[in-house]
Design a protein around this ligand. Structure first.
Ligand code: ATP
Ligand code: MG
Length: 577
């Protein structure tokens, strides 16, 4: 499969079913191979890091970065650090730190070192002093607005600040007093002295430190000046002897600055390499917007199963294996693109098909009464747990006179091509018997509320000794043995493939799908599901994959639909209609 594959369709069956270990080659791996060959970093092992900012929950885009950072280092016997980029004291919370660690582990990765950019505040401060002493940094008294004005534009060069040529002594004195808390927020900054006419705006004397009288979640009140991301990131990489610092394309313009700091300081030459962000149709992957969905109550929380957060898709029932395979197969490239949501679902289905035990559940029950089956009698049918996995064994499913079937599996007047139950028609009950519909009962509104059948005792197990065939097999649950359950059916969170595209004056929330959640409260499950543990995944035969939700209570399970099975009938109906 091509490494930069972007697709609007799930990839062809052959490549899609390749095991996760078969990794398509990509340019990041090529760079590492080359660097090892030329001994670019001498004897140093391949060292990567995953550097989340703890200001939100991880999403599936982060999963791509995690798989690259950890996966590539792993492949070459290297190491990966988890480093929290906590340079901004105002937005960061311990809740996010905890969730990020949990999510990385859940994805199946273990970090070597666990660090915080704030661990390096002392070192970064010393290096700032070093740059001041070398005449490479100065304290600027311009306001933020003035700095912006002086910076110029893409077509016009910037102008030097009137404070740019302060003496080293004055800069040292002012910077130390900034640190000591003598000045209010925003009154001064420390800037790198580079080039105000550089065609790269990031090189026009970027700010290194700002004054912020704010407590930090780790360093407490120790600091009232904080380093900017660009000043902290490369140096943190260097301290950890990161050889390959992989980040997304929006940082490409920052790379010259990344290198400049490292060169001026003469420290370990970590190398930044950019790759494309993961974008998915019908999905937003921006922490700010996801936070807005949570804060404004559009979803039930960060772990709402409709969210693209790792905790959301975990609750929905996606497996870490499926996500890793998806991310690998979606590939990595040097240009941004968008990947079809259907491709993600494809890999989720494929993985669950292999591992999820099959069970029977009826979401919209219709009573089916077998008139010639003795009242009060019941028996156990042998059911296969997973046809894909003989080791999964079998189980017994109770059968009796009154069953529930899916409303959809009965039509009083079957349309052309409909082969399921209808008056006079015979179908197979999965693992049970052939039944033939003899009559129906209706309510006052004329709706069918009960279907009456006769069964053929000779067809036990699902085959007729006389060789007669039926055209459909339907699932069922014995009414006397059924467990009541709530089932939450999810649809896409947004109605548009590009949720950010809105009419003027509208927000992305205008594209929210009002029907993204449907709660079915009267579902009937086979009794083996009574004790399903939260997180347990199943295939409800013919309906899709489902995962027990933490909201489940003893005897009252709640299930999330992870993903539907491919619905061929819907396609036929659509074509016909
Ligand atoms: P967001 O835009 O969602 O707020 P971010 O880039 O600010 O994300 P960080 O916590 O800074 O989030 O990201 C940690 C790492 O994950 C960075 O290296 C970043 O490049 C990477 N990353 C973030 N989003 C994606 C994505 N959609 N695809 C691939 N990598 C991503
Ligand atoms: Mg960020």
């Amino acid at each position: 499969m091509k490494s930069n594959m972007k697709t609007s369709n799930p990839p062809a069956e052959t490549s899609a079913s390749a095991p996760a270990e078969i990794r398509p080659s990509n340019f990041l791996r090529d760079i590492i191979v080359e660097d090892l060959k030329t001994r670019k970093f001498g004897d140093a092992v391949i060292q990567t890091r995953f550097p989340p900012e703890p200001n939100g929950y991880l999403h599936i885009g982060h999963a791509k970065a995690i798989c690259l950072d950890f996966g590539l280092a792993d492949e070459f016997g290297g190491r990966t650090n988890l480093r929290f980029d906590d340079t901004n004291p105002e937005k960061e919370e311990t809740e996010y730190v905890d969730s990020i660690m949990e999510d990385v582990k859940w994805l199946g990765f273990e970090w070597d070192g666990l660090y915080y950019a704030s661990d390096y505040f002392d070192q970064l401060y010393e290096w700032a002093i070093k740059l001041i002493k070398a005449g490479k940094a100065y304290v600027d008294d311009l306001s933020a607005d003035e700095i912006r004005e002086y910076r110029g534009t893409l077509t016009e060069p910037g102008k030097n600040s009137p404070y740019r040529d302060r003496s080293v002594e004055e800069n040292l004195d002012l910077f130390q007093r900034m640190r000591a808390g003598e000045f209010p927020d925003g009154s001064r900054v420390l800037r790198a002295k580079i080039d105000m006419s550089s065609p790269n705006m990031n090189m026009r004397d970027p700010v290194m430190y700002r004054i912020l009288h704010a407590e930090h979640h780790r360093t407490g009140p120790k600091w009232c000046i904080y380093p900017m991301y660009d000043y902290a990131h490369g140096q943190s990489d260097s301290i950890e002897r990161v050889t390959h610092s992989m980040c997304t394309l929006e940082f490409a313009d920052h790379q010259p600055l990344y290198r400049w700091y490292i060169e001026q300081l003469g420290i370990f030459p970590s190398q930044q390499i950019e790759f494309d962000r993961l974008n998915l149709t019908y999905t937003l992957l921006s922490k700010r917007k996801l936070l807005q969905l949570v804060r404004d109550g559009h979803v039930r929380g960060w772990d709402d199963p409709r969210m693209p957060t790792l905790c959301g898709i975990r609750r929905r029932g996606y497996t870490p294996e499926a996500i890793r395979t998806f991310v690998t197969q979606a590939g990595v490239s040097r240009t941004n693109g968008i990947t079809d949501f259907a491709m993600l679902e494809h890999f989720v289905r494929e993985d669950l098909n292999r591992r999820a035990p099959r069970v029977m559940a009826v979401l919209r029950p219709l009573k089916l009464v077998i008139d010639n089956y003795p009242e009060g009698q019941s028996e156990e049918c042998d059911a296969v747990n997973n046809p894909e996995d003989p080791a999964a064994g079998g189980r017994k499913v109770p059968f009796s006179r009154v069953l529930y079937i899916e409303q959809d599996d009965f039509r009083e007047e079957p349309p052309k091509g409909y082969f399921r139950l209808s008056p006079g028609r015979e179908v197979r009950l999965r693992y049970g018997y052939f039944v033939k519909c003899t009559s129906v009962e209706k309510n006052a509104k004329g709706e069918v509320v009960e279907v009456h059948c006769t069964y053929d005792p000779a067809t036990r197990g699902g085959n007729a000794p006389d060789g007669r065939k039926v055209k459909a097999t339907i699932h069922w649950v014995s009414a006397a043995h059924a467990i009541d359950a709530e089932v939450r059916l999810y649809d896409k969170l947004f109605t548009k493939p590009y949720p950010n595209q809105v009419e003027e004056g509208q927000e992305f929330t205008a594209n929210l799908n009002p029907n993204s959640l449907e709660v079915v409260t009267q579902a009937k499950l086979e009794p083996s599901l009574a004790s399903a543990a939260a997180g347990a995944r199943y295939q409800f035969e013919r309906l899709g994959y489902f995962c027990a939700d933490p909201d489940s209570a003893p005897g009252k399970p709640v299930f999330n639909r992870t993903v539907a099975l491919k619905d061929t009938w819907a396609k036929i109906e659509k074509k016909a209609g």
